[in-house]
Design a protein around this ligand. Structure first.
Ligand SMILES: [Zn+2]
Length: 358
């Protein structure tokens, strides 16, 4: 997730904080200090409300972190790599590198998070019982964390993919049908339907009751679930279409090559204006020199195009990102996406054999 920085490293996992977390942290502290605490605990000073509000919101995010750590640590214990955990405005997300290999693993890795939140809720209810009726900051913090952790457990169990409940649902369908792609489709459609349902409920609440802000939050959460579910469906489609295919199946071959000594104007007139390709291989005889793209050309002022040479503006062969013809197409797509490229040069035995366009 971009826009985040590393806070700390725990159990070999990078814990990152997204900038949107600051916004929600302030919102939680403010709503606790300004509304929830004064309504339930009378007679404290304003400073006490704020200090307790800030401590409670820090502890809330510690609880969210424990929830995410439970997913990540269980996944790691089963041999999966965890890239990191990012805390953001809607809670946290564990970046587990690959999909579970078995339905049972997916089931437990998803369920352990809500179980961890439930356990935290029970612990805080127990602590609350000790200090109940004291009207003390400790009572307020324990009560808030008891309620919020049980709420987190319940919310995450909504069977809307990508929430934990949706993953649990997916693993159950996977177990029953034996097909992970059917399970993915089922879970992401359920996620979309529930996402739209939550949006509808939010609009209804916002328009018909005085809970305008709560309604708006529901619309927002519903929209988040819906878009995450539909993007996971798209990924699944790409995965299904690309599975088993190689770079050689999709690359362009027999593309004209440009000489490094050609001017930028010649490249425009004799190549780009004729076949409208985005990128060309640059070669001198059989020797691969580099790659030149339309965006390289656009960086040259129109008046300069007759005086500048392809060799000046191209990406040199040593810096061009390449791929082999036998590499899986899905891997090539990931490479294109992660390096933010539009094409890869396909190289076999040191010689360019084609271009793979995004
Ligand atoms: Zn979770």
């Amino acid at each position: 997730m971009s826009g985040s920085f590393r806070l700390v490293r725990l159990f070999g996992i990078d814990i990152r904080l997204h900038f949107s977390w600051v916004f929600i942290f302030l919102l939680v502290a403010w709503s606790l200090a300004g509304a929830y605490l004064p309504a339930n605990y009378r007679g404290w000073t304003v400073n006490t409300y704020w200090v307790v509000g800030i401590i409670a919101s820090i502890l809330l995010f510690a609880c969210v972190l424990i929830h995410e750590l439970s997913h990540s640590l269980l996944a790691m214990s089963r041999g999966y790599k965890v890239r990191g955990i990012t805390l953001f405005f809607l809670g946290g997300v564990s970046e587990i590198e690959e999909e579970a290999a078995q339905a049972g693993e997916e089931f437990w890795i998803a369920l352990v998070g809500p179980l961890a939140s439930l356990a935290l809720g029970i612990i805080f209810w127990g602590l609350l019982a000790i200090v109940a009726g004291t009207n003390s900051p400790l009572e307020a913090i324990f009560q808030y964390l008891a309620i919020i952790n049980v709420a987190l457990a319940i919310f995450n169990l909504i069977p809307a993919f990508p929430l934990d409940g949706g993953r649990v649902l997916k693993s159950i369908v996977w177990k029953i049908t034996g097909s992970v792609s059917k399970a993915n489709t089922f879970a992401s459609i359920t996620g979309s339907v529930l996402g739209f349902g939550i949006i509808g409920l939010g609009v209804f609440l916002a328009l018909t009751t005085r809970n305008f802000i709560s309604g708006l939050w529901l619309v927002f959460i519903g929209w988040f679930i819906q878009s995450a579910a539909s993007s996971s469906r798209q990924q699944q489609t790409v995965h299904t279409n690309l599975a088993g295919r190689r770079v050689a199946d999709a690359m362009q071959v027999n593309r004209p090559t440009v000489e490094p000594g050609a001017t930028v104007q010649q490249l425009l007139d004799q190549f780009i204006a004729k076949d409208f390709q985005r990128a060309y291989l640059v070669a001198l005889g059989d020797s691969f020199q580099g790659l030149v793209t339309v965006s390289d050309v656009l960086k040259v002022a129109p008046d300069d195009r007759v005086n500048r040479y392809v060799t000046e503006i191209m990406t040199r062969a040593s810096e061009v990102v390449t791929v082999g013809p036998d590499a899986p197409l899905e891997e090539a797509l990931q490479l294109l996406a992660s390096r933010d490229l539009n094409q890869l040069v396909v190289i076999a035995n040191g010689v360019p054999v084609g271009l793979l366009a995004r």
